[in-house]
Design a protein around this ligand. Structure first.
Ligand SMILES: C[S@@+](CC[C@H](N)C(=O)[O-])C[C@H]1O[C@@H](n2cnc3c(N)ncnc32)[C@H](O)[C@@H]1O
Length: 226
């Protein structure tokens, strides 16, 4: 009985840790060809909505901005251009392979101040109230969105500008298309980002939601009131 109780208590954490290891290793393996793959899958349009998403973030020179799930750092140069050398872009990602790619990208300009951290968006290793803006591109459909958004709120300063962009395809399609299709037939349609959209809509002010790429991509922006 005791064993059963312990097991039922521990299982969700174990499952979550297992899932995180799996996600990290999937992205580690894809890191080498992630950029061209995304570009091809979006029909070359990803640059368009990346620029729109970054422009929606109300950034000022000198701001500290967090890029949650920064991946290979594709958005980092766009963010850095807006905060300037007196500002700071901090990138965090679960996958060491993706972080290495991002490091390689920013090493082309060694004078920039861009710390890249391997860590989990569900338990951000940053102090509360520390960022002027949070940017999150293609992450919330891949994890429990509301927990990640609550973490973003915790580390953001009151008045921080926030942008979350993602797709509306079934969660996990990019990491494991086959699993996503079988999951769809077993459990129906599920996209973690949709719960995230509702949570953001209820908790941000000046909310703006736009659709791109025939409605497959959404960008939601707003101001965190604290
Ligand atoms: C689809 S990629 C998006 C990367 C980048 N933001 C972009 O727009 O190209 C999702 C990224 O989220 C990262 N990721 C997944 N789960 C995470 C978590 N719990 N914490 C931090 N990063 C995570 C993956 O390693 C991957 O790099």
């Amino acid at each position: 009985m005791r064993k059963k109780e312990e097991k039922s208590h521990e299982a969700p954490i174990e499952r979550l840790l297992f899932r995180h290891r799996l996600v990290a290793s999937l992205y580690d393996h894809r890191s080498g060809y992630y950029d061209p793959l995304v570009h091809i899958l979006s029909g070359g349009w990803d640059w368009h909505y990346r620029k729109v998403a970054v422009n929606r973030l109300q950034l000022h020179p000198g701001d500290q901005v967090l890029d949650m799930g920064c991946g290979t750092g594709i958005d980092i140069p766009l963010l850095y251009r807006r905060v300037g050398p007196e500002g700071r872009v901090v990138g965090i990602d679960l996958s060491q392979g993706m972080i290495c790619r991002a490091r390689k990208r920013i090493s082309r300009n060694p004078s920039v101040n861009i710390p890249l951290v391997r860590g989990n968006a569900l338990y951000l290793p940053f102090e509360s109230n520390s960022f002027d803006a949070v940017f999150c591109d293609y992450l919330i459909s891949t994890l429990p969105a509301v927990i990640a958004i609550k973490e973003a709120f915790r580390v953001a300063k009151p008045g921080a500008s926030m942008v979350f962009a993602d797709d509306r395809l079934p969660s996990g399609w990019f990491a494991s298309p086959l699993k996503s299709i079988t999951g769809f037939f077993r459990h129906g349609y599920f996209n973690s980002a949709l719960a995230g959209i509702e949570f953001l809509r209820a908790n941000l002010s000046s909310v703006k939601i736009t659709n791109h790429h025939a409605g497959l991509i959404f960008i939601i922006s707003g101001i965190f009131q604290g």
